[in-house]
Every structure is written in C-alpha cells, then in structure tokens.
Design a protein around this ligand. Structure first.
Ligand SMILES: *Cc1c(COP(=O)(O)O)cnc(C)c1O
Length: 243
C-alpha cells in the first residue's frame, strides 16, 4: 500500500498547516463578527482522521488543543502514539459513528463523544468510563432531517436519550451534535439547533455544547450558535476516500 496522505513532518508541512489554520481562523472570526458573537464562544476542533499522528504534533505546535477522530482503531493508535509527548495537552473528540462493541474502548481515551445517537450506546460507554476510572462527556447526535441513515437520533427522541445519559454514574451530558443533511441548506438545517439546545438545557442545564459545522458550512453553524466546529479538510487537505 502506498501512502495517500501527505506524511511530511518537516518545515514544509508545518508551514502548510499554519497557512490553512490561519485561513480557517479568519473565516471563524468573520463568521462570529457577522453573527454578533464573541470568537471566544467557539472552539475549533481539528478533524485529523486519516492523517498521521505527526500532523497532530505539528498542530499542537501551532496552538491546536482539540482534535477529532472518527474511527476507534485509528484514534486509539494516535492517542497512544502521542501520550508521552503532546497527548496530555489535547482534548480528544470522538465524532464518528460508534458501534456498540467499540463504545467501551472509546471511553478509555476520548474526552468528548459527539456521536451518541442511541440508547444502546449508553451502558457500554458508562462501563468503559468506569473501567478507565474517568468521566466521559457525551453529546447527543441529532438527525436534522429525520433520516437515520446518516446517523443521529430523531428530534422527538432527544429527551429520552438525554435522560438515559444523565442517569448514568460516569457520563456527563454536555449538549448536541449535528451534521448538515445532504441536499438541505445548512442555514435552514442548523437553524433548528438553537431551539433544540434551549429545550435540552431546561432539563439539563449543563448541556450547553452545540457541535455543528464542517469545512464547507462552518459559517452557517456559527450563525446558528455552534460552540464547537469540526473542521478537517480546510486545515489538513483533501482526504483519500474513507475505506
Ligand atoms: C470528517 C468529519 C468532519 C470534518 O469534515 P470536513 O469536511 O473535512 O471538514 C466533521 N464532522 C464529522 C462527523 C466528520 O465525520
């Protein structure tokens, strides 16, 4: 197998990442200005899936403190790789579809799981956090168009999933996550989030996070009150198709 992703670790890659991060930062600042929001209300999670741990190390040098991964095996390997060096400075976000049999493992290294989209994940995540002796933050991934094929729970099921998470010993319900549905205007789709988040916070005041917005639609997400943006391509480059 030949490498498909740039694996340079030298000054050229650092410069490339610095330039792309600056472009993304510029977009976030402009979007916050347009929305009348403070830049400090929005965290940038750099999605590093398919890119090597060496890129994460370079990103840390550039000030990045939040990284997102979507596959357990790959995420765990990078987490272990970086544990002795920069790992402790990072918050690890798990953003991918989660299989029940991987949930326990993810709970051992992730700090915030964005993709909790069914009650069946709650017990294994809770057991995994207990086994690792840590608390685990959870976001409920909501499907904004009601199509469960792309992940996410239906809007009408948010409250019951929230109760299930809140009833555990080791999980903290921190908020909501959404992906813009294919073929829908992201401004309209993300426009549902403020009311959903406000409703959730009535019963769960700590659930203040709204994770929304990727490389192509981060402006719409900032406009809809997102607190966490998940940006991969615009920082690291175009990924090879996920296998
Ligand atoms: C890959 C991924 C992202 C990042 O997408 P880009 O378009 O590369 O910015 C964000 N969120 C989720 C859930 C992802 O799987």
């Amino acid at each position: 197998m030949t490498e498909q992703v740039p694996s340079a670790t030298g000054p050229a890659r650092l410069e490339q990442l610095a330039a792309s991060l600056a472009r993304v930062e510029h977009r976030i600042v402009a979007a916050c200005q347009a929305a009348g929001r403070d830049r400090g209300e929005v965290r940038l999670v750099v999605v590093t899936k398919t890119y090597p741990a060496s890129d994460i190390a370079l990103l840390v040098r550039l000030g990045v403190r939040d990284v997102g991964e979507s596959r357990d095996q790959e995420a765990a390997a990078k987490h272990a790789d970086l544990a002795a060096t920069v790992g402790g400075q990072l918050t690890w976000h798990f953003i991918g579809r989660l299989q029940s049999n991987k949930a326990r493992h993810v709970a051992a290294y992730a700090d915030l799981v964005h993709s909790v989209d069914r009650v069946g994940l709650v017990a294994p995540l809770d057991r995994g956090a207990a086994a690792a002796g840590r608390r685990l933050g959870c976001l409920i991934q909501v499907s904004l168009d009601g199509d469960p094929g792309r992940g996410g729970i239906g809007i009408g099921e948010i409250a019951s999933l929230a109760e299930a998470i809140a009833a555990t010993q080791n999980l903290d319900l921190r908020g909501l996550m959404a992906v813009a549905p294919l073929g829908l205007d992201p401004v309209a789709a993300f426009g549902l989030l403020p009311a959903l988040s406000a409703t959730l916070q009535v019963a769960h005041p700590g659930a203040v996070i709204v994770s929304a917005g990727m490389s192509d639609d981060l402006e719409a997400a900032v406009g809809a009150g997102a607190t966490h943006l998940r940006v991969g391509t615009a920082v690291l480059g175009v990924r090879p198709p996920l296998g």
